[in-house]
Design a protein around this ligand. Structure first.
Ligand code: CDP
Length: 193
């Protein structure tokens, strides 16, 4: 069975948590596409070369979850040739037999516009920054400033900007528990299956 769940949204909205839960519920494969951009940013050197030569070892680095890696990711993610180098892998993953969940910024709009389910997971910037601060620590005001800066870069870039697909279902997790957010996503997918 070919069945793609595209989950897009801004930083720290809960995409990863929802994606993992949905993949486990339905037995689908899961790809965190942000990790690809984080690995390209962290590799250093020419980002276009880094994207074209990305290896499993690059994706296994233990420093990819940091705020710095997130900023580096969003800076290389504006480069059209970087995005182009990562398209085929993501498309193959999305349409492989057995069902797939991909989370990112452009899955429903660019990578897999034919996805059977498109979710746009969002929350207020303050709520998202608070969640990220609980993960990474440091100065919460600084975390908020970086989240806002990264969202602005992701939403205004020329190539594959972050925005909900016209047919995406919006899940605002600002006031939802994790269980309720996952429950909403599962109900939408179950109805489409
Ligand atoms: O986990 P978080 O939501 O903070 O970020 P992420 O999903 O790991 O993405 C890191 C950065 O990679 C984003 O800010 C985007 O600039 C870029 N990205 C992208 O451009 N397209 C994607 N499909 C996924 C991530």
């Amino acid at each position: 069975m070919i069945f793609t769940v595209a989950i897009d949204g801004p930083a720290a909205a809960g995409k990863g948590t929802i994606s993992r839960a949905v993949a486990a519920e339905f037995g689908f494969a899961h790809l965190d596409t942000g990790l690809l951009y984080r690995a390209v940013g962290a590799k250093g050197g020419d980002p276009i070369v880094a994207a074209r030569t990305l290896s499993p070892a690059d994706l296994a680095r233990d420093d990819l979850r940091s705020m710095a890696a997130g900023q580096a990711a969003s800076r290389v993610a504006v480069i059209a040739q970087v995005r182009a180098a990562l398209v085929d892998f993501q498309r193959r993953f999305a349409r492989a037999d057995g069902g797939a969940v991909l989370d990112g910024r452009d899955i429903g709009t660019v990578i897999c516009p034919e996805a059977e389910v498109k979710l746009y997971v969002t929350a207020s910037a303050e709520v998202r920054a608070h969640r990220r601060w609980l993960e990474v620590g440091g100065d919460e005001a600084q975390v908020l400033a970086e989240v806002i800066e990264r969202d602005a870069r992701d939403m205004t870039r020329a190539d594959a900007p972050l925005r909900p697909a016209a047919d995406a279902k919006i899940i605002d997790t600002s006031t939802l528990s994790i269980a309720d957010a996952i429950g909403q996503a599962i109900a939408i997918i179950r109805a489409a299956l």
